[in-house]
Design a protein around this ligand. Structure first.
Ligand code: TEU
Ligand code: CA
Length: 576
């Protein structure tokens, strides 16, 4: 028996503020834009918004570098508008989830400015400061061999005090030292500030990096010959991680706030349960990331490894049969601001498949158990950056750093970079950051037609936009509305019901299939994750009816269902 909670039933719509809607014609999305589209989000069937960071920030990493947790990045708007947003959401019975980025701050945060000012600063220990190492030739080196998640050393040298500070992401994102109690209390104060204003929960950024091994030991050599190595063995899910979460949870519990932690590197079921099992009093759920990483190569994100339905099947079966059954809970998502669009990677954005593939992914997401997270644009089937765009259109620091490092390794020959561009086109974070496509006017209605948006608008906006799809009952948007209604109507089954995996091979390699059940109500979900027609042996004649499919016509005869490319179908055992 699974306990009912509001956050388990939530449909969370993630907004990437810079790319949502610009209302003052500076080319950057803003809170005014969000306020004006609440009815769109509500009509879709979402019950909450997760807002990527809107705090004051020099924007070296699009706001994931916070300079002041209590004030708003000016181009986005004012605190008054955020209060209004909370009010308008609550009026609509919707919730606001904010991003909590406290593994690190910006180097412009007052805490860091103070910490950096002198070795004697009272806040020196709020960050990780260490003396240089000197190699055999007497050359200054970082304190250890950790590699930054964005490339290069994870240490940044400070000339004035002749020490290095730890920066697992950018040099402008120094890691906070959570082992220092004053740091933790200050962060909790900032959290309470927002909860007092009425915020309903947090998505906790880089959650499990907040406790590092206290000796910061060298990383094992995983890539021989490379100077810097992945140090996650020592900086992910460190020794005091659970202690800190339990301490922080006391703050959240005062407000019945929801939490979802971004969990990197730690992947096994047992460890995940230690974060999310109810009895642990830590987090409500985590983003494990394995679905957004399905096409990453072993040697790194941008190394080619094709998507195969087998991967999605086994990841789905693993989490769907373990977390909720052991007092934990799943988050369900395929898209966010850190990844290419799932449509372009696991479905297809070719014109002949695009609409059906987007709906297939919707069927998957809405028919498994957990709290559902959608990313802006997913509801209209937005796609990745077009093939013919050049490297100049990619802005994000992660992809740019990768491109530049390969370019350098290849002697600066830009004509030999096509393979890297192909990988960026699939997985670069920029893909999820193109402006939202509202209508077919120039710049897709995202900003004024004469304005240059901060990121280029996808070439396909003329056809693929909200306005067109609102007026089309066959559109991806109409389908999302329909399926979210069904998910809500049969919440006990789709959100809380049991999950029965149907083993690989039962219906062929390309089909993902599973059963869901609540009491006597059952569904079977059949998903063709390929561009091939597939025949499935399934006798639906007497007991089963079609609850929903992404194709108008289905062909079920003599115990066989013929699934079109990218067809998904939910069969139910009750009369509709
Ligand atoms: O992401 C954490 C993280 O580990 C990412 O580097 C992720 O692995 C990568 O983006 C995949 O390409 C969070 C935020 O979601 C991300 O936007 C920030 O850049 C990062 O933290 C630093 O705050
Ligand atoms: Ca603006």
């Amino acid at each position: 028996h699974i306990e009912r909670r509001w956050w388990k039933e939530a449909v969370v719509y993630q907004i990437y503020p810079a790319s949502f809607l610009d209302t003052n014609n500076d080319g950057i999305g803003d809170i005014g834009g969000i306020l004006s589209k609440l009815d769109h989000i509500k009509s879709l069937g979402a019950t909450a918004i997760w807002l990527s960071p809107i705090y004051a920030s020099p924007q070296k990493d699009m706001g994931y570098d916070v300079a002041d947790y209590r004030s708003i990045h000016e181009p986005y708007g004012t605190l008054e508008q955020v209060k209004q947003l909370i009010q308008e959401l609550h009026k609509r019975s919707m919730k606001l989830i904010m991003d909590l980025v406290v593994n690190h701050t910006s180097d412009q945060h007052a805490w860091f400015i103070d910490s950096r000012s002198s070795r004697k600063s009272l806040r020196r220990d709020w960050y990780f400061w260490r003396d240089p190492n000197y190699d055999a030739d007497g050359i200054r080196q970082p304190p250890n061999n950790w590699r930054s998640i964005f490339g290069g050393s994870a240490w940044t040298y400070d000339q004035d005090t002749n020490q290095y500070y730890l920066s697992l992401f950018l040099p402008s994102q120094p890691d906070l030292n959570w082992d220092n109690e004053a740091v933790r209390q200050s962060v909790y104060d900032d959290i309470e500030y927002w909860l007092d204003l009425g915020v309903d929960g947090f998505r906790i950024d880089s959650m499990n990096l907040m406790s590092k091994h206290q000796d910061l030991p060298d990383a094992p050599i995983i890539f021989p010959g490379e100077k810097y190595q992945p140090g996650d063995k020592w900086f992910a899910s460190g020794p005091r991680m659970h202690e800190y979460l339990q301490e922080m949870r006391k703050v959240f519990d005062k407000y019945d706030a929801m939490t979802v932690g971004e969990l990197g590197f730690t992947k096994d079921v047992k460890s995940v349960l230690e974060y999310v099992a109810d009895s642990r009093h830590e987090l409500n759920m985590v983003f494990t990331g394995d679905i957004v990483d399905m096409d990453f190569g072993k040697e790194g994100k941008y190394v080619r490894d094709d998507f195969h339905p087998d991967k999605l099947r086994s990841i789905t079966n693993q989490w769907q049969t373990t977390l909720a059954q052991n007092g934990g809970w799943n988050s369900v998502y395929m898209d966010n601001h850190d990844s290419g669009r799932s449509l372009s990677r696991y479905g297809s954005d070719l014109p002949k498949y695009r609409s059906h593939a987007a709906k297939l992914l919707a069927i998957y997401l809405c028919s498994v158990s957990g709290t559902l997270f959608l990313f802006q644009g997913q509801e209209i089937g937005m796609a990745n950056i077009p093939k013919n765009w050049t490297i100049e259109e990619y802005i994000d620091v992660e992809g740019r750093n990768y491109y530049n490092s390969v370019l350098e390794a290849r002697g600066g020959d830009a004509s030999r970079m096509q393979d890297v561009l192909d990988q960026l086109r699939l997985k670069a974070r920029d893909n999820g950051r193109l402006p939202m496509q509202w209508n077919s006017s120039s710049n897709a209605g995202f900003t004024g037609s004469e304005i240059r948006p901060w990121m280029r608008v996808n070439d396909d906006y003329n056809l693929w936009n909200v306005e067109n799809q609102e007026n089309d009952s066959q559109s991806v948007l109409s389908f999302w509305k329909k399926i979210l209604k069904i998910r809500k109507e049969y919440m006990d089954l789709f959100v809380y019901g049991t999950f029965e995996p149907i083993p690989a091979g039962t219906y062929g390699q390309n089909i993902i299939a599973y059963g869901r059940q609540d009491g006597s109500q059952k569904v079977v979900v059949l998903l063709n994750f390929s561009d091939k027609e597939c025949q499935v042996q399934f006798d639906i004649m007497d007991t089963w009816r079609v609850l929903l499919s992404n194709f108008e016509n289905y062909d079920c005869n003599n115990g066989k269902i013929v699934l079109h490319p990218y067809q998904g179908i939910i069969l139910c055992n009750w009369d509709k």
